[in-house]
Design a protein around this ligand. Structure first.
Ligand code: ADP
Ligand code: MG
Ligand code: MG
Length: 532
């Protein structure tokens, strides 16, 4: 098997060809809802214009065996995170406000305390829905053949599923429509993998809706962010649910729900007042609450926002994700899962779980992990460095992070991009980090992506019609592969009887000058895969 030369990508085209391809690409994107609302804020109540999402002109190379492996791992990850979410003692220990990172990270602490109160009251809905995205980079240390390494596992608001399907379709279309899109021998129909993320994610929401005790005439509620520009990514799910499953969706922000949501004191059912609805009662019953918000502290500008979040959690509606599942997605959990014996505890315990995974499967999963540790740990890399903590000295975990800074990223318990500290910024950051906050951070070895892979990145120009040429230029890039999965679980005690599926994928590509990824944060563009 010949190893693909990543530095040979993308194929070289003339400026005329590039410009023409860009016209094909942006026109297709605008015609097929591969869209974003324009950047001008505040957003108008009635949208009347959109721009195409940022795009890569060519799909990015992924070795076929690694793509197959990522898809295969997803089933284990779906089950693993479902079991983590059901293990209250584990989550209390790792994420809790009494023993875990919730002690030192205010946001995690708030969520955990809210969850604890509800647990003490008694949980009204045993089922949880997770819509997950496991993110990977290709790791090719010292130009060895690349392997697959996990960046993180998202359990809340995993976005770009539907737009990623549209980008896959766009790249296929470019191949069909233009002769020079075949310039590389790799650009052949059988190398463009199918991506059916829209139907896949909607099927997860529909499965939860059907599992709700009285699905007839109930709606799926999407909790959205203020000034969300990525609305079309969400709308495609709404249209799919309506067309294929006859399920209606409603969209409200936490601030709106503060006024419109009500939980029936007897039945604990969730009702939301839909003022514009033709339904004369105004209040509609909600089967599933799908959060595309509430993953970051800025989604909670006032304490009332937390009250509203917990009100939704208290209801019998199925939450996607539940608070437990949101906490399970913490970076700290990812680090703890890498510690000796922890995967075995969740995946190989035949006394606790009816389905167990083989040693080989667990090893394959572990092979996808990079090294990680908490900044508070001592020399055993596991327990807090109590001596250093007592004497006010630097912990072993911090010293190691200083020494290895060049090959590390530090991560707090946050989602949504833009929160990490990289390489040479690490020592100065550690100088200013208050010692008690160390526990809230993990150090992670940097994944080393194949060098000199390129692409042509296209971002929408100004909406006011600048005449500037939009011909993209070749940029060195890093591509992050995300695999989507969903999981519906929890009706059967600890042995969760997980119903899960692997449902498609996403590629986000960024210029190598940026450490961070994230399409919404403006670092990345949407992309797809060419199997090599
Ligand atoms: P978030 O939840 O905010 O998306 P991530 O863990 O995905 O946090 O980190 C954000 C970005 O930082 C990733 O998309 C990736 O580009 C980069 N990154 C994170 N971890 C690593 C790593 N171990 N090696 C290389 N890059 C990383
Ligand atoms: Mg994330
Ligand atoms: Mg991420």
């Amino acid at each position: 098997m010949s190893v693909f030369d990543f530095a040979s990508w993308p194929p070289t085209l003339s400026n005329v060809q590039l410009e023409e391809l860009t016209v094909y690409a942006t026109s297709y994107a605008l015609s097929h809802g591969l869209l974003y609302l324009p950047p001008e804020l505040p957003l108008p109540t009635v949208p009347s214009a959109a721009i195409h999402a940022p795009l890569a002109l060519f799909p990015s190379p992924v070795p076929r065996r690694l793509f197959e492996k990522a898809k295969k791992l997803q089933r284990i990850y779906n089950v693993l995170y479902s079991r983590v979410a059901l293990d209250e003692a584990f989550l209390d220990k790792v994420m809790g406000a009494e023993h875990g990172v919730g002690k030192v990270d205010d946001f995690t602490g708030q969520l955990w305390r809210g969850w604890k109160v509800l647990r003490d009251e008694g949980i009204n809905q045993a089922l949880h829905l997770g819509i997950f995205r496991s993110d990977y980079l290709l790791h090719s240390f010292e130009n060895q053949e690349p392997s697959l390494k996990q960046v993180e596992f998202n359990t809340i608001s995993a976005s770009f599923g539907t737009l990623s399907q549209r980008v896959s379709e766009l790249h296929r279309y470019l191949h069909k429509a233009t002769a020079y899109y075949s310039v590389s021998p790799h650009l052949r129909p059988e190398n463009f993998p199918v991506n059916e993320t829209i139907a896949g994610i909607a099927s997860g929401l529909a499965a939860a809706h059907a599992a709700y005790s009285s699905p007839k005439d109930t709606r799926i509620l999407v909790v959205t962010q203020d000034n969300e520009r990525n609305v079309f990514d969400q709308r495609w799910l709404e249209y799919e649910l309506l067309e294929k499953h006859s399920i209606r969706m409603i969209r409200q922000t936490l601030a709106q729900l503060e006024k419109t949501a009500r939980v029936d004191p007897t039945t604990r059912k969730l009702f939301v007042d839909v003022p514009t609805d033709l339904d004369p009662s105004g209040f509609v019953e909600v089967s599933v609450v799908y959060f595309r918000s509430v993953y970051t502290p800025t989604d909670f500008p006032t304490p009332t926002h937390y009250t509203t979040r917990f009100l939704l959690e208290r209801s019998t509606a199925i939450k996607c994700p539940s608070l437990a599942l949101q906490l399970a997605g913490g970076k700290k959990v990812q680090e703890v899962l890498g510690q000796a014996g922890v995967l075995e505890r969740f995946l190989a315990d035949g006394k606790k779980y009816s389905e167990v995974f083989s040693k080989e499967e667990i090893q394959e999963l572990r092979d996808s992990f990079m090294g990680m540790w908490g900044l508070d740990v001592g020399e055993n890399m596991l327990l807090p460095d109590s001596e250093a903590i007592k004497s006010g000295k630097e912990t072993f975990g911090v010293r190691k992070a200083r020494e290895e800074a060049k090959s590390l990223v530090l991560k707090p318990q946050r989602e949504g991009g833009g929160n990490n500290v990289y390489k040479e910024d690490i020592p100065a950051f550690l100088d200013t980090l208050p010692p008690q906050e160390r526990e809230a951070w993990i150090a992670m070895q940097l994944i080393v992506t194949p060098a000199n892979t390129g692409n042509y990145l296209i971002r929408a120009g100004s909406t006011s019609g600048s005449s500037e040429s939009q011909t993209p230029v070749r940029t060195d890039v890093v591509s992050e592969l995300g695999i989507f999965g969903w999981s519906l679980f929890g009706n059967n005690g600890a042995d969760s009887n997980v119903k899960e599926e692997t449902v498609g994928w996403l590629v986000r590509t960024k210029g190598t000058e940026s450490n961070e990824g994230g399409v919404a944060t403006g670092f990345s563009v949407l992309d797809s895969i060419i199997l090599v």
